[in-house]
Design a protein around this ligand. Structure first.
Ligand code: FAD
Length: 573
């Protein structure tokens, strides 16, 4: 059932087995799985089926340094489906080594292993519409698959790893109907959770306060609560709920909001491949089920451990778009049209003030490259704009066999990188966020180490040469600040409450019926984009909740609750 929260009478108390706060990929995956288990769910979603300015403004906040991190209302979407409304759809699981304690990565080590999560990845892949859970080129693309670069084979650098692409699936649009029909699910739109109320012993949640922008106020009294509000907002909700614990919920050790990570990313150097362009596969290949896949370079786990490197990947990329020296009409066209592209997808095209001469050279590129530009536009229209499964990104046939490497690296966790509350309040009276994202020299040094291994291996192979300016690396990686959209670690998972907020079951150490679903719980960030893993964790959490709530003489209770009307007015408890 889908209800506009505005129509719920003031003072209503809703009851359910589980209240899920947030209807992005994590909250939707969790809710559907809980419903399959027979549990009743109230899903509170701040937004509606489409985006609106007033709701999006609830994400406003501050950043300490806008050169390092985008404002908090960017790279986040507040509507049913969350940021999947604009995500790129790149999917891949974490690597087994991401879960290990690595002496060269401070605060690393998850309280669960890759094998604990593995059973949930295929279902996560299916929800993301990314096809089979198969992330090695020979398995996914067939045994006769051509190498990434002909003649390049290395024990130290793998080229067999794949990323697979979702449609990209907008979880709100794709799953609204299933949520509408799911037995025992009440999805409330326009429902903003503004506070978590604890019992006086601070060990369990008593109720959740909910407000709409039209002024309706009501509460939810669930048996268990899951925050699925995204990596930044989860910390905000915990910190802002201060009625019993002035430091915020679950924050006795001042960990909530700390260890905030994004990814370290940028385009670096020049890879020159000998021979013809047909020897290189730098774009997308399609798996037999029609999924777009792309290969990457990755230093082996053994070498990462031996050299003390954080986990990172590199993809073959085209030259810097902003520099008209590439002489590509398509890239110049993108540069000239960047003001028409959304903030999130044009940020990396805004590379300082371009001079009039630079504009003139870009225009010249477009004028002198009309055939490629027209062919590209035709391809984009048919394979991207009009296609249901969209061609994932701009890829150009590379006629020179020269590429840059697009690096995507794990960020090493540090307590000083954090999100906090600030003095300003939003339209519902909640304190806004202040984001103080920090990186360290160790992050840059690790990427340098990774690039050096890749350069050595290309040199040894004799088929390619990779060169980059070592002293310019930090500038290249930080040119556009933290990689947007990946908000990780603000309610990290661990065994020690002094350095973590939730345990291996995603349950707050200090609050027995409060859980977190989403990338806030990641203690380390991996090379991988976060969404597939946060969906897998959400599905695992659904099983945990089902076994706890149904296991503890609750099967009977949850059946009863399911058959009772969920909407009941009256006092709390
Ligand atoms: C431009 C862009 C590209 C991206 N590309 C990729 C990619 O290629 N691959 C990848 O893995 N990831 C990508 N991401 C990241 C991906 O979008 C997120 O990892 C994913 O959306 C997180 O899902 P979530 O459900 O945890 O949080 P969100 O998607 O942020 O959803 C949170 C939900 O909670 C709701 N909410 C917030 N506060 C409240 C409240 N107080 N009360 C009620 N509801 C609330 C919001 O409205 C929202 O619907 C990208 C992100 C962006 C912005």
């Amino acid at each position: 059932m889908i209800i506009n929260a505005h129509h719920i009478p003031n003072g209503t108390v809703l009851r359910a087995d589980v209240c899920v706060v947030g209807g992005g990929p994590a909250g939707i995956a969790l809710t559907l799985s809980l419903a399959d288990h027979g549990l009743t769910v109230v899903l509170l979603e701040s937004g509606h089926l489409t985006a609106d300015t007033a709701t999006q403004a609830l994400y406003n906040g501050e950043v300490t340094d806008e050169r390092l991190h985008s404002p908090p209302d960017k790279y986040r979407h507040r509507l049913l489906g969350g940021s999947s409304a604009i995500w790129g759809g790149r999917c891949m699981p974490f690597d087994p080594l991401d879960f290990e304690t690595r002496s060269h990565v401070p605060f690393s080590g998850w309280p669960l292993t890759y094998d604990d999560l593995l059973p949930y990845y295929p279902a996560a892949n299916a929800l993301a519409e990314a096809g089979r859970f198969s992330y090695s080129a020979p398995q996914a693309l067939g045994p006769n698959v051509k190498p990434l670069i002909k003649g390049f084979a290395s024990d130290r650098v793998s080229t067999q790893g794949l990323e697979r692409f979702s449609c990209p699936t907008h979880f709100g649009q794709r799953y609204a109907h299933r949520l509408q029909c799911a037995q025992g699910v009440q999805l409330l739109l326009g429902a903003n959770c503004t506070a978590l109320q604890l019992h006086t012993d601070a060990q369990s949640i008593r109720a959740l306060q909910v407000s709409t922008l039209q002024g309706t106020r009501f509460s939810v009294v669930p048996r268990a609560t899951v925050l699925a509000t995204g990596g930044l907002e989860t910390a905000r909700l915990l910190l802002a709920s201060r009625d019993i614990s002035p430091e915020g919920v679950g924050n006795q050790h001042d960990v909530v909001g700390r260890y905030y990570m994004c990814h370290i990313a940028g385009n670096v150097g020049t890879l020159t491949v000998k021979g013809t362009p047909s020897q290189v596969r730098h774009g997308y290949e399609r798996s037999p089920e029609g999924i777009y896949c792309r290969r990457r370079l990755q230093v082996s786990a053994r070498e990462q451990r031996r050299l003390g490197l954080a986990n990172a990947v590199a993809r073959l990329h085209f030259a810097r778009i902003t520099d008209p020296g590439h002489r590509s009409g398509v890239l110049s066209g993108l540069f000239l049209a960047r003001k028409l592209i959304s903030y999130e997808y044009s940020k990396r095209l805004n590379d300082g003030e371009a001079s009039a001469a630079t504009y003139a050279r870009h225009l010249l590129n477009v004028a002198t490259d009309p055939l490629h530009t027209a062919a590209f536009l035709g391809h984009w229209l048919t394979q991207r704009t009009l296609a249901e499964r969209k061609f994932p990104s701009v890829i150009l046939r590379n006629r020179t066999n020269r590429f840059s490497l697009e690096v995507h690296s794990e960020q090493i966790p540090q307590a000083a990188s954090r999100v906090m509350l600030n003095e300003r309040r939003d339209a519902l009276g909640m304190p806004m966020l202040r984001v103080d994202w920090r990186y360290s020299q160790a992050d840059i040094d690790s990427v340098r180490g990774t690039l050096d291994v890749i350069a050595e291996e290309f040199e040894a192979s004799g088929v390619a040469k990779f060169e980059y300016q070592r002293e310019q690396l930090e500038e290249d990686l930080l040119r556009f600040g933290a990689y947007g959209g990946h908000h990780l670690g603000t309610a990290r998972m661990g065994s020690d409450p002094r350095t973590s907020v939730v345990n291996a079951d995603c349950q707050l150490h200090s609050v027995r019926n409060l859980f977190v679903a989403g990338s806030a719980v990641f203690p380390t960030s991996s090379q991988a984009n976060p969404t597939l893993t946060l969906i897998a964790l959400s599905l695992r959490l659904a099983d945990t909740l089902a076994s706890r709530l149904i296991g503890r003489a609750a099967l009977h209770l949850s059946t009863q609750l399911a058959s009772e009307p969920l909407l009941a007015t009256g006092a709390i408890l």
